[in-house]
Design a protein around this ligand. Structure first.
Ligand code: FDP
Length: 381
């Protein structure tokens, strides 16, 4: 009976007008509940019809639905985040499209613009992604400052688009992988309280109101936190919507994968070499033998670590005294996601989210992942 009530009169009329044959016999169960043969046929037909367009497609939660629901009730920060994420979604869709077409449209390779302030050569897609991300965030109307990996200085947003928020981002992280069509991603952190700031305000990661990354891989996935857990949304290429596919992500307390550039091991401190020797032999605290997975693209390596657990690290070494990864737009957003999923992120000495930044492009060593793995590794850092 319940199913009968759920089906609209209109739909039943449509289905019943299809020249259907009455069934030879009414099933016993239906007769006992008083249903007629015609009702039985209509219900069955409607069920078949509803299967054609799957429930997942009709009733999925999109990122916009997800944020709208949280904004209901009037929290002004949530309303702003809705606008900011609308820009982020739009930028990520465009970047996913460009990454996918890079080979066809001659967007692979270096841009020929020389090195940026960090001594790194820009790829064509670095420049294009940066342009898209800046544009969409600016048009959210919420931004006071934008700090990008691809810009030497932070950008001040004033005028009709000016707002109170700061976005720090790496528009295309892991871009050295691009020409080989390996996973890359966008990483971002969002802060509040910059409306009247004369200079770019450097804030601790613990002050982020939101953070996330978008991975461009076999599918495009946007993993976000707004401070109440981590949720992941996969881009449905036919509808153009990011659909909730990874609700309430919880990182395992311990994993059995480690992820790092092992080519740097000779430059590592001796204590850290000892740690890896132990976990590779199954002689670490968990007595599990660990395996290595390293894409060399932080978003790809962190996505796996969030879902499967384990440890991702880029420690300080003899060559990279402060590690390689950037505090504001790589380490801090990932640290917020890791903590919100039950994991940890440390420099080896202190919690990443507690670091007071000194400059936009500052680098930090990082140990991030499952809580027990990070704790154990930091004893050797
Ligand atoms: P990339 O240089 O390709 O942009 O910080 C950028 C980053 O990639 C990270 O995404 C990645 O985890 C790391 O550098 C890889 O560094 P190594 O090549 O030294 O392993």
């Amino acid at each position: 009976m319940i199913r009968v009530v759920l089906i609209s009169t209109m739909m039943l009329a449509v289905l019943a007008s299809g020249g259907m044959q009455a069934p030879a016999a009414v099933p016993q169960a239906l007769r006992l509940r008083g249903g007629s043969a015609a009702t039985h046929v209509r219900v069955k037909k409607a069920e078949e019809f509803l299967k054609v367009y799957s429930k997942k497609d009709r009733l999925s939660t999109t990122l916009s639905d997800f944020l709208r629901e949280k904004a209901i009730g009037g929290d002004p920060t949530m309303r702003d985040l809705e606008a900011i994420f609308s820009g982020i979604q739009s930028a990520c869709r465009s970047i996913a499209d460009m990454v996918g077409k890079a080979g066809i449209q001659d967007m692979t390779g270096m841009a020929g613009t020389g090195e940026n302030v960090q001594g790194e050569e820009q790829k064509k897609l670095d420049i294009l992604s940066n342009d898209v991300f800046k544009d969409k965030l600016t048009k959210s109307g919420c931004m006071a400052y934008l700090g990008s990996e691809e810009e030497d200085e932070a950008i001040r947003i004033t005028g009709k688009f000016g707002g109170d928020y700061i976005a720090v981002f790496d528009p295309l992280d892991g871009s050295s992988n691009i020409d080989a069509a390996i996973s890359v991603g966008t990483i971002f952190g969002i802060y509040k309280g910059a409306k009247n700031a004369e200079e770019f305000p450097l804030k601790k990661g613990s002050e982020q109101v939101a953070a996330g990354y978008c991975m461009y891989s076999t599918c495009t996935i946007l993993m976000i936190t707004i401070g109440d857990g981590v949720n992941g949304f996969t881009l449905d290429s036919s509808s153009g919507e990011f659909v909730l596919t990874h609700p309430n992500v919880a990182m395992p307390k311990r994993g059995k994968i480690y992820s790092c550039n092992q080519g740097n091991i000779p430059a590592w401190p001796e204590s850290l070499k000892t740690y890896f020797d132990k976990i590779c032999r199954g002689e670490g605290e968990s007595k599990t033998k660990y395996g290595l997975r390293y894409i060399g693209s932080m978003v790809g390596d962190m996505h796996r670590t969030l879902l499967y657990g384990g440890l991702f690290l880029y420690p300080a070494d003899a060559k990279n005294k402060n590690g390689k990864l950037r505090l504001l737009y790589e380490a801090s957003p990932m640290a917020m996601l890791a903590e919100q999923a039950g994991g940890k992120a440390s420099t080896g000495k202190e919690r990443v989210l507690d670091i007071e930044p000194q400059e936009l492009h500052q680098r930090v060593p990082i140990f991030i992942g499952s809580a027990d793995d990070v704790d154990e590794a930091c004893k050797y850092a």
